[in-house]
Design a protein around this ligand. Structure first.
Ligand code: HEM
Length: 517
């Protein structure tokens, strides 16, 4: 979601004064001249319906100027002033923002009974070559069949369990690698080598997904996994990013100047080249394993075209890789920042594993506190938003009306920090999940890091089993400390402002082996 980028691009460019930007300056100048001072519309008493309150806005740019470099924070601030459901304008287009768990549940339920869709961004058409994917497909027959296919062929409990060997193998490689690094520095006790966990997690999540979905590793070594992971990350940014042309069609030529058009081209071309290569190999290779996901897609009676298959493969990579790597990164960051939680979770993991040389997934299911740690990391650092699109006029309790075809953003960032739902909402307190019954299905009307309703994330099991196993291994076989004697409170926890926010600076920690593998 790059409203802020848009604004920043505009701002920076206006200041620099490169040729086309005086036009925007002019637009803004005229906006200021016509500053809307009309009072905010309030809820109308009685049974009549009304649009949700809308903060005062400027002509032409709407509320764009109020979207700081952190749009979800900015939307949250506007909601605190104007109510949990607001209508903001990005350029001429209204965007409805819901910031309470209650509204999120109500909206999801109402739209689930109709046909829950999502707004698509221009770039998502390029990334998915026409949106024949699951994430953006409207709620239709294709979406239902594709989701079922996903569930049956890749994401069912049985299939996810059957992929445990791949997870084991990749995690063992990571542990060995870290051991090697620590042993090479062991001769010199003062030489503590910090490892870049952000990079390692991206590489690991990418190779785990590539192997699970494509049947074998296509990248040679960490550098190639990271390169592919970065490409997936860029594509992920694009599908949630709004470009200038989307909101100001007459100014779409500015997208070339801001670099957006180039980014779309430079991301989509290598991504599709990679997928074409993979599919070509599958078609020409001699061995066609019936367990092979691509083979099963090709043989499916939905009659999927190559473009459809690429879109579905991208669903897995874009939906799962960056999100899983980010969850691992934030979990470790929060734990080093909170030594008491770190100690408690390590004690639990080591008690469950005992003298065994290897952690099995059945061990992880006994690690209740670890599961709470990951839930808490997802509360604070999971996706910042989920989106819906209304297919017909939608009336919410309180009499607010959202017209058909409107985009709604559910501000998960705000819901997850709502002090009426969470005690000490800004603190990392995994204990809040102990025996709480908050699962990942979004059934409690309060906690839904994977969304909820018909369009809930289908990859929950796939993602959680990966994250749990990786974190359990890192915490079982190593102690972790901050480099250079840094104090936990000094760890930089700033995030990028993407929907799936990453740590702005890489997480580098010093491992110390504690058990032989
Ligand atoms: C920690 C990891 C993950 C998180 C936090 C996450 C979160 C989410 C969220 C919040 C949504 C929107 C749900 C809604 O609108 O109600 C979503 C949708 C989706 N996710 Fe995930 N996800 C993760 C991993 C995965 C994985 C591993 C896959 C695939 C293997 C995946 C595939 C998808 C797909 C295809 C959708 C679109 C579903 C639809 O519209 O029908 N995700 N995810």
């Amino acid at each position: 979601m790059e409203f802020a980028n848009l604004f920043q691009n505009w701002l920076v460019s206006s200041v620099i004064g490169t040729s086309p930007f005086p036009l925007l300056l002019l637009l803004c100048g005229s906006s200021l001249a016509f500053l809307l001072v009309s009072s905010v519309r309030r809820r109308q008493p009685g049974g009549s319906s009304s649009p949700p309150p809308s903060p005062p806005r400027l002509p032409i740019i709407g509320n764009l100027h109020q979207m700081s470099s952190r749009p979800y924070h900015a939307m949250h601030e506007l909601s605190q002033k104007h109510g949990p459901l607001i209508r903001v304008h990005i350029g001429p287009r209204p965007l409805y923002v819901a910031s309470s768990a209650e509204l999120a549940t109500e909206i999801t339920k109402i739209l689930d009974a109709d046909s829950p869709g999502r707004d698509t961004k221009q770039a998502s058409h390029a990334v998915f070559s026409g949106n024949r994917d699951v994430i953006f497909t409207p709620y239709d027959r294709y979406w239902r069949d594709a989701r079922k296919l996903f569930n049956d062929e890749l994401l069912s409990q049985k299939r996810v369990q059957s992929l445990h060997r791949i997870r084991d193998e990749q995690v063992s490689k990571l542990v060995q690698k870290i051991r090697l690094i620590t042993s090479s520095s062991a001769s010199d006790l003062d030489k503590k080598v910090a490892v870049d966990l952000s990079r390692m997690f991206l590489s690991l999540a990418t190779s785990m997904d590539v192997k699970a979905v494509l049947g074998r590793e296509y990248e040679r070594g960490e550098d190639e996994s990271v390169a592919l992971g970065e490409l997936i990350r860029k594509a992920n940014e694009l599908i949630t990013e709004a470009c200038i042309g989307e909101y100001f069609p007459r100014l779409s030529w500015l997208d070339t100047l801001t670099g957006h058009t180039r980014k779309v081209k430079n991301t989509c071309a290598p991504l599709h080249e990679f997928l074409d290569k993979v599919i070509d190999e599958h078609e020409s290779g001699p061995v066609r394993d019936a367990q092979d996901f691509i083979y099963r897609l090709q043989k499916h009676d939905m009659g999927l075209t190559r473009a459809d298959i690429k879109s579905l493969l991208l669903d897995v990579f874009l939906g799962g890789t960056d999100t899983s790597a980010g969850t691992m990164e934030w979990t470790m960051a929060e734990l080093v920042k909170n030594p008491a939680a770190m100690k408690k979770v390590q004690e639990e993991i080591r008690r469950v594993v005992g003298d065994k040389p290897k952690i099995d997934e059945s061990d992880v299911s006994q690690m209740e506190y670890l599961q709470c740690v990951i839930k808490e990391a997802l509360r604070l650092h999971g996706p910042s938003a989920m989106s819906r699109k209304t297919s017909s006029d939608t009336r919410l309790s309180g009499g607010f009306e959202i017209p058909a075809g409107s985009s709604i953003v559910i501000n998960l960032w705000a819901v997850n920090r709502d002090p009426t739902l969470w005690e000490r909402p800004l603190e990392f307190v995994p204990e809040r999940f102990v025996g709480s019954g908050h699962g990942y299905k979004g059934l409690d009307g309060k906690y839904f890091p994977f969304g909820m309703g018909k369009r809930i994330c289908p990859g929950v099991r796939f993602a959680v089993s990966k994250v749990e196993l990786v974190i359990a291994n890192l915490l079982c076989w190593f102690d972790w400390e901050l480099p250079g004697g840094m104090a936990p409170e000094d760890l930089d926890m700033r995030d990028t402002f993407a929907i799936v926010a990453r740590k702005e600076s890489p997480l580098c920690l010093v491992p110390r082996p504690v058990k032989a593998v």
